[in-house]
Design a protein around this ligand. Structure first.
Ligand SMILES: [Zn+2]
Length: 270
């Protein structure tokens, strides 16, 4: 399939690629980890099984390539099929910040990781298939940043967490599209979970205290057991269940694994 139009990133006119919003290797790796299982989607208040990777005509070949370089680098540091997690495994312990354990991520160039993460927020924002939106002003700031035509957006801070959960809560095998998680007075927090890395993009009138945890400035990441992220997803599923908005085949199952596997409730397992 081919389509002619204006590339959303560079504004060039020409042939557009059938672009992914979320990286295709993320879908692939989670499917492999779940032994061919389908992914559970929650969207618009509904939960359902789908292997739809959501693609749209967004970018020219050159811009696809630009983003592809970042994706390739990130694929090597997130959770691997072997269970290794290079971003965490090679992170250097450093002094505590405000009593919080922090590590310096050394497995990847800081700028590459930040560009990758912002490209995902930006792609979700411009796509018609995702509800998430940064708003025109912030969208444009990110677009120019991704093209190296502007510095990291002034109205944003990126907080990175390395997830090291217990085995029965495999939140490090989850990918969620960008979503607004909280509104905090003059700014909002937008969350994006990706194979062991948890990102919180603060957008708006961000308080100076956020500078302490801003990855784009320090290269430092928090380390956690992922309990907050796990609870958030549990809550989302519970809301869908309660509202009777679990659709299709998923509705016939009464237990949903966070690793994308579905099966009988834990109590009925041998
Ligand atoms: Zn382009």
């Amino acid at each position: 399939m081919a389509s002619i139009g204006t590339c959303r990133l560079c504004d060039g006119f020409g042939e557009l690629r059938w672009s992914h919003v979320l990286p295709s290797f993320g879908f692939r790796r989670i499917r492999q980890a779940a032994h061919g299982g389908q992914l559970v989607h929650t969207e618009g208040g509904n939960a359902f099984l789908s292997n739809d990777e959501k693609r749209e005509y967004l970018l020219c070949a050159e811009c696809e390539q630009r983003i592809g370089v970042w994706e390739n680098a990130v694929s090597k540091i997130v959770k691997q099929r072997s269970g290794a997690f290079p971003a965490l495994d090679t992170a250097e312990a450093t002094r505590l910040m405000n009593g919080e354990p922090v590590r310096r991520i050394t497995a990847i160039d800081r700028d590459v990781l930040v560009k990758f993460v912002l490209s995902v927020y930006w792609r979700a924002s411009i796509s018609v298939g995702h509800e998430f939106a940064l708003g025109p002003r912030d969208e444009e700031d990110v677009r120019l940043y991704l093209l190296d035509q502007a510095p990291f957006p002034e109205r944003m801070r990126l907080v990175v967490e390395l997830l090291d959960p217990p085995k029965d809560k495999p939140i490090d095998w989850v990918m969620t599209p960008p979503d607004t998680a909280r509104l905090d007075g003059l700014h909002r927090g937008c969350v994006f979970l990706f194979l062991g890395l948890s990102f919180m993009l603060l957008v708006g009138d961000v308080p100076p205290s956020a500078n302490l945890f801003s990855f784009e400035r320090s290269g430092l990441a928090l380390v956690s057991d992922g309990e907050a992220q796990f609870s958030r997803i549990r809550r989302e599923f519970a809301e869908c269940m309660q509202a009777g908005r679990v659709k299709g085949k998923l509705a016939q199952l009464n237990w949903i694994g966070l690793d994308g596997k579905v099966g009988p409730p834990p109590s009925e397992r041998v």
